[in-house]
Design a binder for this molecule. Structure first.
Ligand code: NAP
Length: 394
């Protein structure tokens, strides 16, 4: 199986930032992407909240991320990841173009737009039902259309769609939008946008294509029909977690749980970007996640490589595990090194606080002297004083 240091799944802002940081940390980086690099930024016409660029097209920003990662010699490979799995300690990434083994993995697959689930929706996708304004907006020149949802996506895309459509009904289930104030005021001051409050879509109807939608006012229960030829649905997102659903801990909805280093419940597997459980899903937060995940992965890989070659691979090793967070243990370490020198013994010093993972894995509680044969602990002796160390080293 192909072996790589850092494999990143998904080339959106999170994945590409992780690739940039990973390469700058000196890692061998493979970035896997099934489609276009850039991820969801490609679906956004104009981005107004990427710091330093008051207005930038989504495609331009995505291309700039990709060029930056490529300039640092990250490898970007077009491949669809089917599964990320653990085989014992091995992290395996199964793709449609073969399998890759990684020292560390960053899951950055992002999120996908949710569907409404109403009658008539599924069968009219591509025939009037759309989840991408940039892709399909130009098809509705001079037509009347509806946008469903009340978040930033719905409100901003409704404004974008007024560039084509003659009228855009903005159908929202409450009487207040969730989107931020700037986006809302831009939408409500646009004469082509007609807000339809407190309403849900019951049915999308028409002869093959979309001709009208049936909506219900949730306060009055009244049903009415809107004559539209297109329905753009922006009712939130769901994590694109198909390839790693049962691998890492996640919320009930599937958003991946991580610590502040972006590490998941599985050591060496990190998550970054929209697939994570978090409050704010933005390009800037995805990029920040990517940076943190790459640095976490870099520390993990370096720790693993060092410990493997120094501790687990040699025929026989005697190691002194201490906690660097404890001043008394740090002093005892100096004494242990001195005793080992006097006795002509090789003693590997390991800070169990910094290398908590390996310390846990070996079942060591510092301060202890550990003897290993080919990676297996054959003797573990807790030590409390220089005399204990001297006795243990013989
Ligand atoms: P979102 O903020 O979660 O909003 C989803 C909207 O859909 C809500 O208004 C929700 O109504 C409505 N909704 C959910 N399920 C529904 C259903 N079954 N039927 C009808 N309506 C339903 O999702 P989003 O707009 O896709 O945005 C996702 C994230 O990306 C957010 O964090 C957003 O801020 C961010 N984003 C930011 C920008 C930007 O800053 N430029 C642009 C796009 C997206 P309720 O309000 O009643 O729950």
């Amino acid at each position: 199986m192909e072996q790589r240091e850092l494999v990143i799944v998904g080339a959106g802002p999170a994945g590409m930032t992780a690739a940039i940081y990973g390469r700058r940390a000196g890692l061998d980086v493979l970035l896997l992407e099934r489609g276009l690099t850039g991820g969801q930024v490609n679906l956004t016409e104009e981005i107004e909240n990427w710091p330093g660029a008051p207005r930038v097209s989504g495609a331009d920003l995505g291309n700039a991320f990709r060029d930056h990662a490529l300039s640092l010699e990250a490898e970007i490979r077009v491949a669809e990841v089917k599964k990320v799995e653990l085989r014992g300690e091995v992290k395996a990434i199964v793709t449609d173009k073969g399998e890759v083994e990684a020292e560390a993995v960053i899951l950055a697959m992002g999120a996908v737009y949710r569907s409404l689930g109403c009658v008539g929706e599924e069968e009219r996708v591509g025939r009037g039902v759309s989840y991408c304004a940039v892709c399909d907006g130009p098809l509705y020149e001079g037509e009347e259309i509806a946008v469903v949802g009340g978040g930033n996506s719905a409100v901003e895309e409704a404004v974008y769609l007024t560039g084509f459509a003659s009228k855009v009904y903005l159908v929202h289930r409450r009487d207040e939008f969730r989107a931020d104030r700037a986006a809302v005021s831009r939408a409500l001051s646009n004469p082509k946008i007609v807000p339809v409050w407190d309403s849900v879509v019951e049915k999308i109807d028409g002869d093959g294509v979309v001709e009208k939608i049936l909506i219900k006012n949730v306060k009055t229960g009244k049903l009415s029909s809107l004559p539209v030829t297109g329905v753009f649905i922006f009712v939130g997102q769901a994590p694109a977690n198909g390839a790693f659903k049962d691998l890492v801990k996640a919320t009930e909805e599937g958003w991946v749980l991580t610590d502040e280093n972006m590490e998941t419940s599985v050591e060496g597997i990190f998550a970054a970007g929209d697939a994570r459980f978090k409050r704010l899903r933005q390009i800037v937060t995805a990029a920040a996640d990517g940076a943190a995940a790459a640095m976490g992965a870099s520390a993990y890989i370096k720790e693993q490589l060092h410990l493997r070659s120094a501790l687990l691979e040699p025929e026989s090793v005697t190691a002194f595990f201490y906690s660097g967070a404890d001043a008394d243990q740090a002093r005892l370490t100096d004494e242990a090194e001195k005793i080992a020198r006097e006795k002509g013994r090789d003693l590997l010093i390991i800070d169990g606080y910094k290398n908590a993972r390996m310390t846990r894995k070996l079942g060591v509680s510092p301060p202890s002297v550990i003897e290993l044969r080919k990676g297996a602990v054959v003797r573990a002796t807790p030590v409390a004083s220089a005399a204990d160390v001297a006795k243990t080293l013989g």
